[in-house]
Design a protein around this ligand. Structure first.
Ligand code: 4NP
Length: 160
């Protein structure tokens, strides 16, 4: 079982989008049973408001026919660092914020999603840009690249 936690600032736009896009991709490859996939925030304000997935992300997922369940924002905790194998951030500031909560990444579990692609970059926050389609294109590219990275690591381990 590979445990993956996607993380963004608010956990209502980008990281739940990544959570359900990645779930859809692994299910298309028949690999759902191999994964536990969730998402979390670096900030706590949306958890305090019991905020669900933002309507921009909901509309996008519906438009792309990507199944999703209700998800309520929650802040990442120190114990998540032990539990999850991969903690995948949307941008550089997420990484700094995650490390301020969980401590230094001594086990090398924290990554930025688009660092798995040919063009490493941040995923712009659609909460501010209003561009959910752009976030989706980046997230879909990153999730495919991340799965490619995982498949390569598994193959390498089998060869060794
Ligand atoms: P996210 O976007 O980090 O992609 O979920 C945001 C959502 C909410 C807020 C900030 C960013 N907010 O300030 O409430």
């Amino acid at each position: 079982m590979i445990r993956v936690l996607f993380v963004c600032l608010g956990n209502i736009c980008r990281s739940p989008m990544a959570q359900f896009v990645f779930k859809q991709i692994v299910s298309e490859y028949g690999m759902s049973d191999n994964f536990e996939i969730d998402s979390a925030a670096t900030e706590s304000y949306n958890e305090m408001c019991h905020a669900g997935i933002y309507y921009g992300t909901r509309n996008l997922l519906n438009a792309k026919r990507i199944p999703f369940e209700e998800h309520y924002s929650r802040q990442i905790r120190k114990c998540d660092y032990e539990y999850y194998d991969y903690i995948i951030a949307m941008d550089n500031s997420n990484i700094r914020d995650i490390e301020s909560i969980v401590g230094q990444d001594t086990k090398h579990k924290i990554f930025r999603l688009l660092d798995f692609t040919e063009q490493p970059r941040n995923i712009k926050d659609p909460w501010y840009t209003g561009n959910f389609e752009e976030a989706y294109q980046d997230i879909a590219e990153g999730c495919q690249a991340f799965l490619g990275f995982l498949n390569n690591s598994v193959t390498k381990n089998i060869r060794v």
